[in-house]
Design a protein around this ligand. Structure first.
Ligand code: HPA
Length: 276
């Protein structure tokens, strides 16, 4: 028996083998041998899965190998298997481990590697984030067109040279815009957090080409690409980024913007996933 409470904390563990074990836990607990699409729910997106179809099983994330308890209220700690009306199997991951929790990048991307091991070919990543474009009011969903990874870390180990061109699939973004032609898009900057950015950091992000600031997604997208999945990314703008909005940022504000946007983004997500 390993002395590690999470097998991914053992430096000698093979993270892909742990993900394969997690995928077999999911197959056993859901009775569904393979999933087609995986969806990670970020802040504000918690209820967005409800319209996707019939939830056939909900599993506490702690019953799946390598998953950690969620660090935050507002981050739901469960995995769900949903059958869409079109017959697609969606694995909904409501248990994100953030980089700022300090458990290492293997734990951060474990859900993505597990999704790939369940057979998912498409990874839909969602988050709540700060907006740099002043035209985005809180509650606006935007497509992620690319990212700037400011964590100075990578989920890839060793000399694993992976191409990240078109990481956030232009094909899937085009599909999403067939559902909502008004969807804007932007470059997501992943900061380490958990503090929000300073106004100066937000200006830096803007200067280097960023439009969205947040604390997740980029590392997960890289792992998804490594695993051969096609990635679709959505940010819900829960607030304007520090210094763009003149009032202080608060987690409460982020949660409230998410709740207010729920009906709109749930409908959007269900319709987009229905076309995938
Ligand atoms: N910055 C970083 N992460 C966030 C923000 C923000 O402004 N809003 C919600 N998550």
């Amino acid at each position: 028996m390993s002395s590690y409470s999470n097998p991914l904390d053992d430096p000698a563990a093979d993270p892909f083998e742990v993900a394969a074990r997690a995928a077999s836990d999911i197959a056993r607990l859901t009775g569904v041998p393979q999933h087609d699409i995986a969806l990670t729910l970020g802040s504000g997106w918690g209820k967005a899965a409800d319209l996707l179809g019939e939830t056939t099983t909900t599993i506490p994330a702690t019953e799946v190998t390598g998953f950690s308890r969620p660090a935050l209220a507002g981050h739901v700690g469960s995995l769900r298997s949903i059958l869409t009306p079109g017959g697609t199997r969606v694995l909904v991951i409501g248990a994100r481990t953030h980089y700022y929790e300090g458990h290492g990048v293997r734990r951060v991307v474990h859900s993505v590697r597990t999704a790939a091991a369940t057979g998912a070919k498409t990874m839909v990543l969602t988050n709540g984030a700060g907006g740099i474009k002043e035209t985005w009011t809180p509650g606006t969903p935007v497509l992620i067109s690319d990212h700037i990874n400011l964590t100075a870390d990578s989920p890839l180990e060793g000399a694993t040279f992976i191409d990240l061109t078109d990481l956030y699939s232009s094909r899937l973004r085009d599909l999403a815009r067939t559902i909502d032609p008004s969807l804007d898009e932007g470059v997501y900057c992943q900061f380490r957090g958990p503090h929000y950015e300073t106004p100066a950091e937000v200006q830096m992000a803007k200067t280097i080409g960023g439009h969205i600031v947040g604390m997740s997604t980029a590392l997960e997208a890289i792992a998804a690409r490594e695993a051969g999945m096609e990635v679709l990314g959505f940010s819900l703008i829960t607030n304007l980024a520090a210094g763009i909005q003149t009032t202080p940022l608060s987690h409460q504000e982020v949660l409230e913007a998410g709740q207010a946007a729920e009906p709109v983004i749930s409908d959007l997500l269900a319709r987009v996933i229905g076309t995938l």
